[in-house]
Design a protein around this ligand. Structure first.
Ligand code: ZN
Length: 570
């Protein structure tokens, strides 16, 4: 989102909110352990066979008919470069891909290892699912396996000046042991010189085929960045692109894989085709933000901030995921760049990944609805409503309040560890509020508001499955319990299925919006904590519904079938 100068620091910190659906980090802290290379043929152990079926396959395609031959060739090159990111991410997460996969006979275990980029189950706290492997090291392969936190912190102190001079040094390097076993820092462009120079050459080749001037410039600068280890200029260039129909996000980007410190970035890639029609709709709706802000169901003092209207928010179809973005749970929305200096000057871009959302809708949300939603209300479960609810969640982060009204500073700081769950909960409910208002104003005409409401309810069941260690999971548990108390839905006594009560849902939506905005505005940490402790939990009724979903073998996430052949490219 583009931001005005006043809220610069705020916006920068807000982007840390985990909007993407991320694998929750394991909560157990463990000392780093030595991963062993399996000497014997590895076998799956103690893993329920059904665990290997939690990912439903989905074929990633997109309409390429409007693209020129050069553009199609370019996509092929971008996919080739992405495959290198994939290999590099394997090295960061585990080690050489083949060294693990070639030792596995069982095709299901092999596929599961492929999805997880290693022998650890990413959706089960990185528990090993292959015999012989200990727990995954928290620092993955970013640090020597026998290094302790204390040892690294000592190294940081000794190298304070160096780290001050280059604030990206840790983001783009690995730690190794040198002579006398002391720690040394090796930058990515040295460590992975061979792979990165191949990837850079592919990006340069793609740049030569690009017609769009800004895209050409970005590809070329990104290629340079892979070689120089200096990514900032290319991040600026990425934000300068506005009209390119093809998009690529590539390089070392997110730091979630480094669970020891969260310092070091993992290689990944997304190759994307812009959905021009939806992107236009989104910028149209963002223009209503100031008006909708005024109408929020809360006292005036909690809504006096002015939201920006020039959000850089676009919809895309993804044609290739690689590396970190393809590991375990699949992201359906991206918000980049992470570099705060670029954010301060240029804002951020939010990318909504439409076909990935379609995958989650078809493979997860629809089956959930078939189990849990009243039969006569199942017709209200639509992809457009699911897509709309997800999109408006993103836009709604811009509504509400960023600074407390009583001198407690920024909401995010005042609410401490409860801030993310409150902010995600706010975006969910105000997203629905925006949709309601846009329908009332006649600005939204496709579908019915009831579609959004019933699909919203089904979405709660999907999201609580992310668990309590995810801000999204907690926000959805809170909403389920709040909605239940307010009668937003009822359970049919004879079928046990859920039914939305349209009027009560509207009441509950307004009351929950009011409650969250008030807690945020007051920076009321105690109230936020109490709310999450009381309502951000899975109680017996919800537990029973989740057990039903597990028993029905409804997938938890998606695995993509993807590549040049699927797209009909050479
Ligand atoms: Zn969000």
């Amino acid at each position: 989102m583009k931001i005005n100068k006043l809220s610069l620091a705020l916006a920068a910190s807000l982007t840390l909110v985990a909007c993407q659906e991320q694998t929750p980090a394991p909560t157990k802290k463990a000392e780093p352990v030595m991963p062993q290379v399996a000497e014997k043929k590895a076998e799956a152990e103690k893993t329920a066979p059904s665990r290997f079926d939690i990912y439903a396959p989905f074929t990633l395609t997109a309409d390429l008919s409007h693209l020129s031959d050069n553009q199609k060739k370019m996509i092929g090159l971008l996919i080739d470069a992405s495959k290198i990111m994939d290999d590099l991410f394997w090295l960061q997460a585990y080690g050489p891909k083949d060294s693990l996969l070639s030792g596995l006979d069982d095709s299901k275990v092999k596929q599961f290892a492929d999805i997880n980029y290693g022998p650890w189950d990413r959706l089960d706290g990185d528990k090993p699912f292959i015999d012989k492997f200990p727990h995954k090291p928290l620092g993955a392969q970013f640090y020597p396996e026998d290094m302790t936190k204390e040892e690294y912190e000592k190294w940081q102190k000794e190298n304070e000046n160096l780290l001050k001079q280059d604030k990206f040094a840790e983001l783009y390097s690995v730690m190794e042991r040198g002579k006398d076993d002391q720690l040394i820092m090796v930058p990515y462009n040295k460590k992975y010189a061979e792979q990165l120079s191949k990837a850079a050459a592919l990006l340069q080749e793609a740049a030569e085929l690009a017609d769009n001037k800004e895209f050409k410039r970005y590809l070329s600068m990104r290629a340079d960045a892979l070689l120089s280890n200096d990514y900032q200029a290319s991040d600026f260039a990425w934000m300068d692109m506005k009209t390119n129909p093809i998009e690529v996000v590539i390089g070392p980007i997110e730091t979630y894989e480094d669970l020891l410190f969260g310092y070091r970035s993992a290689f990944e890639s997304y190759v994307l085709i812009k959905d021009l029609a939806w992107s236009e709709k989104l910028s149209k709706f963002a223009a209503f933000l100031p008006e909708l802000q005024k109408g929020l169901p809360v006292e005036q003092k909690y809504k006096s901030e002015m939201p920006g209207t020039d959000a850089d928010l676009n919809a895309y179809d993804v044609v290739y995921y690689a590396g970190h973005s393809n590991a375990g749970s699949k992201t359906i929305a991206i918000n980049l760049p992470n570099d705060e200096e670029v954010q301060l000057e240029k804002g951020t871009r939010r990318l909504q990944l439409k076909n990935a959302m379609r995958a989650k809708f078809d493979k997860i949300l629809v089956p959930i609805s078939k189990q849990l939603i009243a039969e006569d209300q199942q017709k209200f479960i639509t992809f457009d409503a699911f897509f709309g609810n997800t999109m408006f969640h993103e836009v709604a982060h811009g509504l509400g309040i960023k600074n407390t009204i009583n001198g407690k500073g920024v909401v995010r700081t005042a609410l401490k560890e409860t801030a993310s769950a409150l902010e995600e909960g706010k975006a969910d409910i105000l997203g629905l509020y925006m949709i309601t208002k846009l329908f009332e104003k006649g600005e939204m005409t496709e579908g019915k508001l009831m579609d959004n409401y019933v699909t919203f309810l089904a979405g709660i069941f999907r999201s609580v499955r992310f668990g309590a260690s995810s801000a999204h999971g907690k926000a959805n548990m809170m909403r389920f319990n709040f909605f239940k108390e307010k009668g937003a839905f009822k359970v049919d006594p004879d079928t046990g299925r859920y039914r939305v009560d349209f009027n009560q849902m509207t009441v509950a939506m307004n009351e929950l919006s009011n409650l969250l905005l008030t807690i945020q505005g007051n920076g009321d940490y105690e109230a936020a904590k109490a709310l999450l402790e009381e309502k951000g939990v899975i109680k017996d009724d919800l537990k029973a519904e989740l057990d039903k979903l597990a028993a029905a073998n409804i997938p938890v996430d998606i695995v993509f079938e993807q590549g040049k052949e699927i797209l009909g490219l050479k």
